[in-house]
Design a protein. Structure first.
Length: 236
């Protein structure tokens, strides 16, 4: 391949990456001395479910993320996944679907909570093999809520409880926090003035066993490279 062809391919790759960043907050990291190819996936704003949110709302669309995760799993040239989180939560079913997909990936995964990972963002944060939160990052753990008309009947409350148990069960199975402690954090009445729940800032999330470690991009990338190297060693 000639130098001009290589330059052309590199330029086309950069244009494609720039489009991915612009449209989906995604990019592939490969210019590292480890020679590992890492897919950077971001969950930003509100997680959009089956209904479209207003155009002035920053959203992550689950119908975009799920196919991308399937593509990552099937790609031989992707070694690991870095998940960046700064979300207020959103659609419970859609957020849980993304979390389940991330947790089922065979490739090494690391998450990094930046500004916040609230509500259904908590299962997303713990869905990876290892998780980080920046010192000022926040996580809000609260009960399931529903917008719109709610039928005031026992089956409605049973459904809420079932959904909440699914979320608690997922979180507890992917971190060191216990189910009963998570439920207590959700039902806390002393912290949020207009709601139930608990705000965890940085180190608090680590002390509760939800997040693995306090750290930033440097620490998260270092850990992911370690996990990828270990994975490659086990396969060799």
């Amino acid at each position: 391949m000639s130098d001009s062809q290589k330059k052309k391919e590199k330029l086309e790759s950069e244009i494609s990456d720039n489009e991915n960043i612009k449209n989906n907050g995604e990019v592939t990291l490969e210019e590292n001395y480890h020679h590992h190819r890492i897919y950077l996936l971001s969950v930003i704003g509100e997680i959009e479910g089956h209904e479209c949110l207003s155009s002035n709302t920053k959203t992550t669309k689950y119908e975009h993320v799920l196919p991308k995760l399937a593509e990552i799993e099937d790609a031989d040239n992707i070694d690991g996944v870095m998940l960046l989180l700064n979300t207020v939560g959103g659609d419970v079913e859609s957020g849980l679907a993304i979390a389940e997909m991330v947790a089922s990936l065979s490739k090494p995964t690391v998450s990094l909570v930046l500004g916040g990972s609230h509500s259904i963002g908590v299962p997303l944060a713990v869905s990876t093999d290892y998780s980080f939160i920046v010192p000022t990052g926040t996580m809000v753990v609260h009960p399931v809520r529903m917008n719109g008309m709610v039928i005031g009947a026992p089956p409605t409350y049973d459904y809420f409880k079932q959904m909440q148990n699914r979320i608690i069960g997922f979180i507890a199975s992917h971190c060191s926090a216990k189910e009963d402690r998570l439920e207590k954090l959700m039902m806390n009445t002393t912290m949020l003035t207009k709601d139930l729940g608990t705000i965890l800032v940085g180190e608090d999330a680590v002390k509760e066993g939800i997040i693995s470690e306090v750290g930033g991009m440097k620490e998260a990338l270092r850990k992911l490279h370690e996990l990828i190297a270990e994975e490659k060693k086990n396969k060799s």
